[in-house]
Design a protein around this ligand. Sequence first.
Ligand code: SF4
Length: 275
Amino acid sequence: MGSVTTLSDAEKVLEVADAVVLGRQMLADPDWPIKVRYNLPIRPCIRCNQMCRFLSTREVRCDVNPELGWEILPPLEREGGGGGGEGKGEVKIVGGGVMGMEMARVLSLRGFEVILYEKGALGGQLNEIKDPYKKEEFSKLIEYYEKELKRLGVKILLNTEGKEGIVAVPKERQPAFKHYENKTILVNSNLYAYQDYAFEWIKNNEVYVTQNVFKGLDRNRAYLLEEKYRELGVKIVKDRVKADVVIDDVRKTQPSIGQSIAKGYWIARNFHGVW
Ligand code: SF4
């Protein structure tokens, strides 16, 4: 339940059932049925189980859809919406990660001519993910933005450093991947990047993780990650072990895709022509 995200998923269900109900995908993109009908890019649910399960706010939100919960606001489009869609002229954005891509989408819908500069490939830090399961989900999000920005006419300049414009780079980036070989590595950190790098490190090293690695994950994600680690030979330990490389970094909160997308959305929504 909640993992039917595409038309072909829905059609498979209909081979064995009379009706299909989409769960999380409708939070990620409530226009799914219309977009399917007109073959438009659909924002995918990346099955992250983050903000839609973050019930301490007593509201359901979604990491990839910053408009969820803000339906009271007027729509963004230029014609007839009254949602601030009066944008005129050119806007440059520096950074083609999720923040920059979301900014480009919203500014374009508001009527601006958008140029997006990215020094590498679209997707920014998402391109560094090692966990093959996560990578598959997140690459669908990048694909969505690629198609949607193309449809909206955003000019995208890849492998190009932007010199001026709105800088769309998160305040804090995830730690960069370091290659190790024949080492003992102890991961005592719940940072998403380290959870992920263990998938790569285990190929050439002995990797230990403490219970802190699962801190902050919902039950399902913690369970699945634990299963995957066991399958790959990552050892889960109660107490710290001696290791060549020790990573200690346990956080209460940490940067997320949802925060970056929301930031891009709100900057673009409130943009009035000056940066
Ligand atoms: S928060 Fe994540 S899992 Fe939940 S609906 Fe949004 S994309 Fe899907």
